[in-house]
Design a protein around this ligand. Structure first.
Ligand code: HEC
Length: 212
């Protein structure tokens, strides 16, 4: 160490060894500075479809499409709805559809805003599970509740309906007061074996059915 040349700095008798950074380190440093504006321009320069967020959304849509291929086109009938209500990871897909399209009128947890509370036991246009999907497909209240058949994939309609069905009875605080009439409980889910035969696909890939 004592052979190492010293710089000519000396402060209060404290001297400094002259140990320059290795050449390769300096070049990496310079290269990353040169690289950065190009990186920035490509990913953050505002060109659509290139930001990390856009790429994520594209990948997500692609993933959803693949999952939909696996489950085929779901029918908006009672048996299908009842079985998907109990597939936690699919209910989450329904929840994502809800968060993207429905919260402006029904509230983030379904507690109701312009649209009725979906977390109580009373419904205006719904008497059974199938009616939820019907309301979504056809709209209700003379268009106050828009129709979604031309905006959502049929599977999205089934999955968001299943999600809405799971909200029943969660009675979120501060929700709109009940409207309509109290209806009979949802039917029990079909036997597990049926449900499994219908779909082994698990969008979250973790095989957890945690019911939310
Ligand atoms: C523009 C506001 C608006 C949006 C967006 C909206 N809704 Fe509605 N929704 C309403 C209104 C208003 C009603 C009540 C219609 C009536 O009075 O008959 C309603 C009724 C419903 C009902 C029937 C409730 C009952 O008590 O009969 C369901 C289920 C429902 N909406 C689900 C959804 C879902 C799921 C979405 C998202 C895909 C959604 N809504 C998006 C306004 C909206």
């Amino acid at each position: 160490m004592s052979d190492t040349p010293k710089t000519d700095h000396a402060y209060d008798g404290i001297e400094e060894f002259d140990n320059p950074l290795p050449g390769w380190w300096k070049w990496l440093f310079v290269a990353s500075i040169v690289f950065s504006p190009f990186y920035w321009m490509f990913y953050h320069g505002g060109a659509s479809g290139r930001s990390v967020e856009d790429l994520y959304n594209v990948a997500l849509a692609e993933n959803t499409r693949k999952q939909f291929e696996e489950i085929g086109e779901l029918k908006p009938d009672e048996a299908t709805l009842a079985s998907y209500m109990n597939k936690g990871s699919w209910v989450k897909v329904g929840q994502a559809v809800f968060r993207a399209n429905c919260v402006s009128c029904h509230g983030r947890e379904g507690e109701g805003k312009v649209g009725p509370n979906l977390t109580d036991e009373a419904y205006k246009n719904v008497a059974n599970l199938e009616d939820i999907a019907k309301v979504l497909i056809n709209g209700a209240g003379n268009g106050a509740m828009p129709k979604w058949s031309n905006r959502l994939h049929p599977n999205e309609i089934v999955l968001v309906s299943a999600y809405v069905a799971t909200l029943r009875g969660t009675n979120v605080d501060g929700g709109r007061p009940p409207e309509g009439r109290t209806i009979a409980p949802w039917p029990a889910a079909p036997a597990e074996s049926d449900a499994d035969a219908e779909s082994d696909a698990d969008p979250a890939g973790d095989n957890t059915d945690d019911g939310k």
